[in-house]
Structures are given as C-alpha cells and as structure tokens.
Write a protein of this length. Structure first.
Length: 169
C-alpha cells in the first residue's frame, strides 16, 4: 500500500508540494454511466427535452467541471489544462431495473507537475449531474455512478490502465 501524501507530520490535511516534480505530458481518461427510462433516452435522442440539447449542455458542463476541479476538491492543484474532451455513447439495452444508459467518457490533458485524474473524474461527474438536471422533469428516477479512472499516463508513476492490476475491475 502506498503512503498517503495529503497529510503533514501532524496528521493534518495538506496540499502535496509538487515543486520538485518534473513536468511531463499527462493524460487521464475517466468514465461513468447515467441510467434512465427508455422514454427519457428517446426524448434526448429526438431533442424533445424542454431545457434543450441535453448532451451538448452536458458536454460543456463536463469541460467546465474539469476546469473548476480545484474549486470543489480541496487538495487539488489548479492546473493549466491543455485539452478536455467529453463524449457520450448511448446503450438501449435494459438493465435489471428496466433502464437504459448513457456512458460518459472524459479525456483531460496537461503538461505539468501533477496529474489530471481528478479533473477527468470531475468532468464525468458534472456531465452526469447535468444530464440529470436537464431531464429530471421527465425522469426523477435516473441514477448515475460507476465513475472510475480508465487510464492515466505521465508522471513518476507512469502508465495506469484499469484492469491491468490484480484485483481490479
């Protein structure tokens, strides 16, 4: 198990000092899902949600969420992001609760002293919340979750790919 780095000698929370870390190109990809009634997905696809184009708004919200990550995650460093891309894929196959889904994937890039994993996961989370907000009038029972880091590259720890470590999903 790795040492927790967000605590000082007194056991109090701190922002990690990255001054001596070498800047490298860094990329993180995160993913999450929103489950909804098939009728809700159909309304999204046909542009029949009263608030507007759900996925276009959620895409912009995800980008904005990535950029604002240090405002909501206390120990995150403010970073100059060089790229944020948010994409969606729809799955009409029903789960055991009779809901279909939209998968959200965010890719965040920077060149710097620390990684962008939190920015990618924040982008996915904010996009999911936005889908809920835009569609709650027609489907208050929507659920979202399964938000996780798919991969990351750059920095001292190098490459991470989900599923490549024993015991990982």
């Amino acid at each position: 198990m790795s040492q927790l780095t967000h605590f000082n000698e007194s056991g109090r929370a701190r922002m990690v000092d990255v001054t001596d870390k070498q800047p490298t190109a860094r990329v993180a990809v995160a993913q999450g899902k929103v489950w909804m009634l098939p009728e809700t997905l159909e309304k999204i696809q046909k542009g029949r949600i009263a608030k507007g184009d759900v996925l276009a708004v959620a895409q912009v919200a995800g980008v904005m969420g990535a950029k604002r990550t240090p405002d909501v995650i206390p120990m995150c460093h403010p970073l100059l992001l060089s790229g944020v891309d948010v994409n969606f894929s729809e799955d009409i196959k029903l789960n055991t609760s009779g809901r279909c889904s939209i998968t959200i994937e965010a890719t965040v890039k920077t060149s710097g002293n620390t990684g962008v994993e939190m920015e990618a996961m924040t982008a996915v989370s904010v996009a999911a919340l936005t889908i809920y907000d835009m569609c709650k009038a027609v489907d208050k029972g929507m659920e979202f979750g399964d938000i996780f880091l798919v991969s990351k590259s750059g920095g001292k720890s190098g490459m991470y790919q989900r599923g490549s470590v024993k015991g990982e999903g």
